[in-house]
Design a protein around this ligand. Structure first.
Ligand code: MD6
Ligand code: FE
Length: 207
């Protein structure tokens, strides 16, 4: 990630940087995420309605996004009670390259998608401040990313996100609806097992 930034695709206000990360960048990220998961293991979150989410989750940074019967929120601790590990350096470098004048992110949410996992259309609106973008990093298998607008029922457009692609959701798109419809399970050999990792960097409370 030391190169000049390429021109992104602009889809409904989302900036999509296809192939931003080299294979070496991707491998280094996976190593660092493995270390995070040794301290803060992936777990299956439960929605406030009592349904298990299909993705498995963990986080790094001062705060992690949590859902359970009590609702959606950010918490300084993993459900086990330990503090989230710090956001790895290789992840922070990607943020700084894309958001050079912003504050540091205080959450890196980490989602793992198995074969049947998906992420329903949602808005990222549990943060205290929407002035800064959310930066999303895809690793492993391809995922079909659906992008909408701030209104729930606006027309959507989809793009396949592959390993090494990075999406920036800022400005008017910051509160746009989006989700992952499906995974092309086994399409990448980056991870030891098939599946997709997605990292999203957020500024929850600027400090
Ligand atoms: C995913 N991404 O790619 C799900 N959120 O697995 C997100 O939910 C997301 O890609 C905010 C900004 C960018 C994203
Ligand atoms: Fe999201």
């Amino acid at each position: 990630m030391e190169r000049a930034l390429p021109e992104p695709l602009m889809i409904k206000g989302f900036l999509v940087y296809k192939g931003l990360l080299s294979i070496d960048d991707q491998r280094a990220l996976v190593q660092e995420i493995r270390q995070v998961a040794e301290i803060a293991p992936f777990y299956s979150p439960i929605t406030p309605g009592g349904r298990p989410m299909s993705v498995r989750m963990t986080a790094a940074g001062r705060l992690g996004w949590i859902t359970d019967r009590r609702g959606y929120r950010y918490e300084p601790q993993h459900p086990s009670g330990i503090s989230w590990p710090p956001i790895p350096d290789s992840v922070m470098k990607i943020w700084t390259a894309l958001v050079p004048n912003g504050p540091s992110p205080d959450c890196c949410l980490i989602n793992y998608y198995g074969e049947q996992a998906r992420m329903g259309l949602h808005q990222d609106k549990d943060e205290g401040d929407f002035s800064y973008p959310v930066v999303s990093i895809s690793l492993g298998d391809d995922g079909l990313f659906r992008m909408g607008e701030v209104g729930r029922t606006a027309k959507t457009q989809s793009v396949w996100l592959s390993s090494g692609d990075v999406v920036v959701m800022g400005g008017a798109a910051r509160l746009a609806w989006h989700g992952i419809d499906r995974i092309r399970f086994g399409s990448s050999s980056l991870l030891l097992k098939a599946g997709r990792l997605n990292l999203t960097l957020r500024v929850v409370r600027p400090v």
